[in-house]
Design a protein around this ligand. Structure first.
Ligand code: PLP
Length: 392
């Protein structure tokens, strides 16, 4: 009999598995509870009630009113809706150079249509300086968009400070909280944001659903035109099973904070990080010294190619990722790590380990065997590494 390889998934910032409780909550909405939430008959009323219960759960997770939640198809839609819906030709946007492409490319697109955009730098830890945000303000600044947590490093930006600056200047403030939701508590009032985006599949709900907090009174131009769904802010028949899943995942996230699961996750992440650094030399943590979400460890291993490491680990059953994007056949170093000042080779030698609620201590211990042996093997067969090692 062929033995199945044990697989360990440490790529939860790419996507998370749907939790069994979430799947269970969704199940009947693929079957007997199939109604269109806009229908006025029994079937519609049933699904409408489920959508509104989920809205309540998501609003509790973010600390806002029910009516301030707009369901979307995910983080990309939320980010695009905010950027295109709040700014346009003649306006000015302030954002950072380490945002997700959902924000960066939406801003670049607006730039082509006559909107001005300032892409702020970050320091070596990946942090935006709020004073840079203040200095970048112009009379026509309409929107500030600074992410809450970075997807590659987990670094948490000083969003509450940015929120104060935005409020003083009377400028809209958006934060992309896709990688923060369910990992750290979120309170939109404490952050002082007008809009905040989250995505289901980064928090153990399914892919293809998300939510946007839109502060009451914020005039958001819709992206889609059609029916009057979501108070005319997002036309289109609701993805009821997905929304139900997102609501359940929000409830589980809140219960997780009450039970201190975030602290346990950060202990597990630290165990992984310290264990790797204790066994592997010429390695370090990207974003070291900055506050970070509890699940993410971005680590560079000098003298290796990140892509080779991802493939080698995958062959051993461990799923991780690089921040690098493959464009036109060449591997581009991650824009996030480059903005933090990492050399190209070090950025390309970076691996992202990201934990989810399903990961166990035992899995981390297996990773602590696989990672050092794989780095050693890759360095051994690297002609560049050998030359460096011999000449020093
Ligand atoms: N924003 C951040 C920070 C992300 O990490 C991602 C996905 O990786 C997105 C936005 C896009 O979210 P979605 O995959 O739901 O479109």
């Amino acid at each position: 009999m062929v033995e199945m390889m044990r697989r360990i998934y440490l790529d939860n910032n790419a996507t998370t598995p749907v939790l069994p409780e979430v799947l269970e909550a969704m199940r009947s909405y693929f079957g007997e509870n199939f109604g269109n939430a806009s229908s006025i008959h029994h079937h519609g009323q049933e699904t409408r009630a489920a959508v509104e219960r989920s809205r309540d759960s998501v609003a509790s997770l973010l600390g806002c009113r029910l009516a301030e939640i707009v369901f979307t198809s995910g983080g990309t839609e939320g980010d695009n809706l905010v950027i295109a819906g709040l700014a346009g030709a003649g306006d000015h946007i302030i954002t950072s150079s380490v945002e997700h492409h959902a924000v960066l490319h939406a801003c670049k697109h607006l730039e082509e249509t006559g909107c001005e955009v300032t892409f702020l730098p970050v320091d070596g830890r990946g942090l935006v300086d709020p004073e840079d945000v203040r200095r970048a303000l112009r009379p026509n600044t309409k929107l500030i968009s600074i992410m809450m947590a970075n997807n590659e490093t987990g670094v948490l930006q000083p969003v509450a400070e940015v929120g104060k600056i935005a409020a003083e200047a009377d400028v809209y403030f958006h934060t992309d909280a896709v990688q923060a939701a369910s990992k750290v508590p979120i309170d939109v009032k404490q952050i002082g944001c007008d809009v905040l985006s989250i995505s289901g599949h980064k928090m153990h709900a399914p892919q293809g659903v998300g939510a946007l907090y839109v502060r009451r009174g914020t005039h958001l131009q819709p992206l889609f035109y059609g029916g009057r769904h979501e108070r005319s802010r997002r036309a289109g028949t609701e993805n009821v099973p997905g929304i139900v899943g997102l609501g359940r995942a929000a409830e589980l996230a809140m219960r997780g904070f009450e039970r201190g699961e975030d602290k346990k996750m950060s202990a597990l992440r630290d165990r992984l990080e310290r264990g790797i650094l204790a066994q592997v030399d010429e390695a370090g943590v990207n974003g070291e010294g900055a506050p970070r979400v509890p699940n993410t460890a971005g680590i560079y291993f000098d003298h290796i190619e990140g892509e080779a490491m991802v493939i080698a680990l995958d062959l051993k059953g461990l799923a991780v990722s690089t921040g690098a994007a493959c464009s036109s056949g060449a591997i581009e170093p991650s824009h996030v790590l480059t903005a933090m000042g990492l050399r190209g080779d070090r950025a390309r030698a970076s691996i992202r380990f990201s934990l989810g609620k399903q990961n166990t201590e035992e899995e981390i211990d297996v990773a602590l065997v696989l990672v050092p042996e794989t780095v050693a093997r890759l360095r051994e067969i690297s002609p560049v590494y050998r030359k460096t090692a011999i000449s020093t």
